[in-house]
Design a protein around this ligand. Structure first.
Ligand code: SF4
Length: 329
């Protein structure tokens, strides 16, 4: 299924765009529907990470032995045009129910090897603070030592939602990390900084996962400003993701050759703490692949990748931009 998302955006985030033309503005490119979304590539799907194949109970994805992902709600404050979880996001299933939570808790109780939980969606911070706190408490009732990562764009697209109550709910336990997604330095606003400080005051550490996107952040100067700006706000740039093969997103993807070249240049421009890992989610690889290590070359229409165990994968190649090809010829 590839019904493209409708447009959904907060007033705050829309106001960050200096033009509504996605070709002219890196914020608009992330929320304004584009004609490229109706063009389907053969390798694309609405579930590129194969969540549905790893779901032993509703709303729980168990892909790696020690980690489980919980889909807390299908709602988001903004629908990102590059979203990879389009089989679930905004599909009408709403917030997690008590019955679904009971089944998840029962499942986790039978999986003592799980030490880490990821709360995702949709956007888990679209839950009301009381509900979020009660979901977290139910999960901690299985194992109070769980490390929990809450994956959210709310601080970026709706920072006013990070009130005292929400920050306090997140700060209740020591092993909880917030993982946000800032993709462009224009998103590093005073409002974002206020939300971060509130989280930090409540003892919540924040990591950032950016997605490498054509027309948004595929330039060296943009990435330097983004990663330095994050570090300035005490946010660790954690991953720079190669965009997944999500249906209708080819126009947003950057070739791995260009991503590797950007990383090579970034190393000469930013310090170690500001440098993220350039990574790809390869279903079946047992974890994310660090592309600076895994990339073995190009074979015809594919990239050849190798994981830490020496297993090889072929991944559909993106066509590099004309500008990149001209720069290496
Ligand atoms: S906030 Fe996350 S889940 Fe929601 S649309 Fe954006 S990328 Fe997808």
């Amino acid at each position: 299924m590839n019904a493209p998302f409708d447009e959904r955006v907060t007033q705050y985030y829309a106001a960050l765009a200096r033009s509504r033309d996605p070709a002219c503005d890196p914020i608009a490119a992330q929320f304004v529907p584009q004609t490229g979304e109706t063009l389907l590539d053969a390798a694309e799907t609405d579930d590129p990470l194969q969540d549905r194949g790893y779901a032993p109970v509703d709303r729980l994805v168990h892909r790696y032995p020690d980690r489980a992902l919980i889909l807390a709600t299908d709602r988001c404050a903004v629908y990102c045009r590059h979203c990879f979880r389009r089989h679930f996001t905004e599909r009408g299933s709403g917030a997690i129910t008590e019955e679904q939570l009971n089944a998840i808790v029962a499942y986790l109780a039978r999986q003592p090897q799980v030490t880490e939980l990821l709360l995702s969606g949709g956007d888990p911070l679209m839950l009301e603070p009381d509900r979020l706190e009660s979901v977290l408490e139910r999960l901690y009732s299985v194992n109070p030592a769980y490390i929990v990562r809450v994956c959210t764009r709310v601080p970026v697209v709706m920072p006013s939602r990070i009130g005292e109550r929400l920050a306090a709910a997140l700060g209740l336990r020591g092993g909880l990390w917030l993982v946000t997604q800032v993709n462009h330095p224009h998103e590093l606003t005073p409002e974002f900084a206020v939300a971060l400080r509130r989280l930090q005051r409540h003892g919540v550490p924040v990591l950032n996962q950016s997605v490498l996107l054509r027309g948004v952040n595929d330039s060296l100067e943009t990435l330097v400003a983004l990663f330095r700006g994050l570090l300035q706000l005490r946010v660790k740039p954690y991953y720079l993701f190669q965009a997944d093969l999500a249906a209708g997103t080819r126009h947003l993807r950057v070739s791995i050759e260009e991503g590797l070249e950007l990383m090579r240049k970034l190393r000469t421009r930013v310090s170690g703490p500001a440098l993220p890992v350039y990574a790809l989610d390869q279903p079946g690889a047992g974890g994310k692949l660090n592309l600076e290590i895994a990339f073995q070359g190009v074979e015809g229409e594919s990239y050849l990748l190798r994981d830490g165990e020496g297993r090889e994968y072929r991944y559909p190649r993106e066509l590099p931009s004309a500008a990149y090809l001209a720069s290496i010829s």
